[in-house]
Write a protein that binds this ligand. Structure first.
Ligand SMILES: [Zn+2]
Length: 495
């Protein structure tokens, strides 16, 4: 009785889902062997793809045949044996040299004759063609995705690939983190390392993220809704996590960072925040007996400003933050009012929005025509890419305009909302914040920080001026610009 190796190979390619499972393959092959009276020396079951040469079990099997353990192979189809010209060639060669006498396939008839080998070769070739075709299909798939505005690769950090619908969706948790990362980075107060440490950001293998990866995230325009593929800008259909403005702000910080010299090395956190209120010089700090003291640099002249201890400074900072803070109750009420305002403003802007949308239509048409002329070979790739980018930018500008129009008349709403949330934050930072949070917050709400006579002073930014007398805040002003009934709280600090 002729001796055979039973060789089954699992399909890893998703396109081959129809191919039988490995257990079913083996069952069928065993039944086939009984019917055909074939003796099975060993059953080998490979998990690797046959697209590349170098499968372990496949190689072992051929050596064992070479050593005379068997004289044939039983497999489901030639494509189980070879999908590349090297492995296919080895089998044909062993048939030529008589090492293999016979190949049996339930799905393919093979005769060990010149004609049979020719057919087998074609079958291997077809498998190869199928693989080549597959990658052509993949390319086609990529083009199709690009046309639909879908990033064809692995979803970037903060997003997930939705395999079922072939789209990319924001990760329910991580997208918030990404937004926060951009916001913090755009303040200019954080380095890549600090962001990674602050949020303990880890890779998929649970290692601390490298700064380069953080930079990669912060440079990726994907988060604002567009992406580059082969140097071509595409407008994505995925949900953006951040606005274009925030993305641009982050890029500006990164560009400035690249130029800026290293920060002063002593690392006392409040020195670059303040200046001397007496002579205007910079503040320096030093440590003595376990305490950090801040003082005027007093270079070359006399300034009689006294030292101030960091603890004292911090407690003054906390007092300041306490004064500008808003209770949770007020926060809630004010935000609710804000929502009402916003709803009515959106309604009145819809006419203008339609007008701008009318301007976008012809651009879309132009883009379609441009693509057609490129596909027809009328304009070359580079020309197409350049023109397309120009049109796309026009389109993005108009779309930004729509957002602007939607907020027209209520462009104070967003800053106001932020302000309310910030002042609610202030209370928490005053109570529990660390030095860095306090410094960041102070810079957000004020400028011209000085120390004079051991007292900290500052200039509040717009919106924060009235805060010291906070009790009056909710009774600000009636709206004067509308014939609607006055709303009690149109704030006077945003206009
Ligand atoms: Zn001074």
């Amino acid at each position: 009785m002729a001796k055979y190796f039973l060789y089954a190979r699992k399909s890893s390619e998703s396109e081959e889902r129809q191919v039988m499972s490995i257990d079913a393959q083996i069952d069928e092959l065993k039944e086939f062997a009984v019917k055909e009276k074939l003796e099975i020396v060993a059953s080998l079951c490979e998990a690797k793809t046959a697209k590349q040469p170098g499968r372990t079990l496949f190689g072992e099997m051929l050596s064992r045949i070479d050593a005379g353990e068997a004289d044939g192979i039983l497999a489901w189809h030639p494509d189980r044996l070879a999908r590349n010209s090297v492995d296919g060639g080895r089998i044909i060669y062993m048939l030529d040299t008589g090492k293999i006498n016979s190949l049996k396939f339930p799905t393919f008839w093979f005769d060990n004759t010149p004609q049979g080998k020719f057919m087998l070769n074609i079958s291997f070739g077809q498998s190869k063609y199928y693989v080549d075709n597959l990658s052509e299909n993949v390319k086609r798939g990529i083009r199709q995705k690009l046309r639909k505005g879908i990033w064809p690769g692995k979803a970037p950090f903060g997003y997930n690939n939705d395999l079922r619908h072939h789209t990319i969706l924001p990760d329910p948790e991580k997208h918030k983190l990404v937004k926060r990362i951009f916001e913090l980075y755009a303040t200019g107060e954080y380095t890549f390392e600090q962001l990674i440490q602050k949020f303990d950001i880890r890779t998929k293998t649970n290692k601390i993220m490298m700064p380069g990866d953080m930079q990669h995230i912060l440079k990726n325009p994907f988060y604002s809704g567009v992406f580059r593929f082969n140097n071509e800008l595409h407008q994505g259909t995925h949900k953006p996590i951040i606005t274009k403005k925030l993305f641009d702000d982050a890029q500006a910080v990164m560009a400035a960072r690249g130029k800026r010299r290293k920060k002063s090395s002593h690392g006392y956190i409040f020195t670059d925040l303040m200046s001397c209120g007496n002579c205007g010089r910079a503040i320096t700090a030093e440590k003595q007996k376990g305490h950090v003291y801040y003082r005027c640099t007093k270079k070359r002249t006399n300034c009689d400003e006294k030292y101030i201890r960091e603890e004292e400074l911090l407690s003054q900072f906390r007092d300041t933050l306490q004064k500008v803070s808003l209770s949770d109750d007020w926060t809630k009420n004010l935000l609710a009012k804000l929502d009402e305002e916003q709803a009515s403003a959106i309604q009145s802007s819809s006419v203008l929005v339609q007008a701008v949308e009318g301007q976008i239509m012809p651009i879309k048409t132009k883009m379609d025509k441009l693509l057609d002329s490129h596909l027809d070979g009328i304009i070359d790739k580079q020309d197409y890419v350049n023109k397309k980018e120009k049109l796309l930018n026009e389109k993005l500008d108009l779309e930004a305009k729509i957002k602007e129009v939607r907020n027209k008349g209520n462009d104070w709403l967003e800053p106001m909302r932020e302000f309310i949330l910030d002042s609610c934050q202030a209370k928490k930072i005053a109570a529990n914040g660390d030095s860095l949070q306090i410094r960041t917050f102070l810079k957000k709400i004020g400028s011209n920080f000085t120390v004079k006579g051991k007292k900290f002073d500052w200039l509040a930014k717009r919106g924060w001026k009235i805060m010291p007398d906070f009790g009056r805040f909710p009774t600000v002003q009636a709206r004067s610009d509308s014939n609607r009934e006055p709303r009690f709280w149109r704030p006077m600090f945003y206009h």
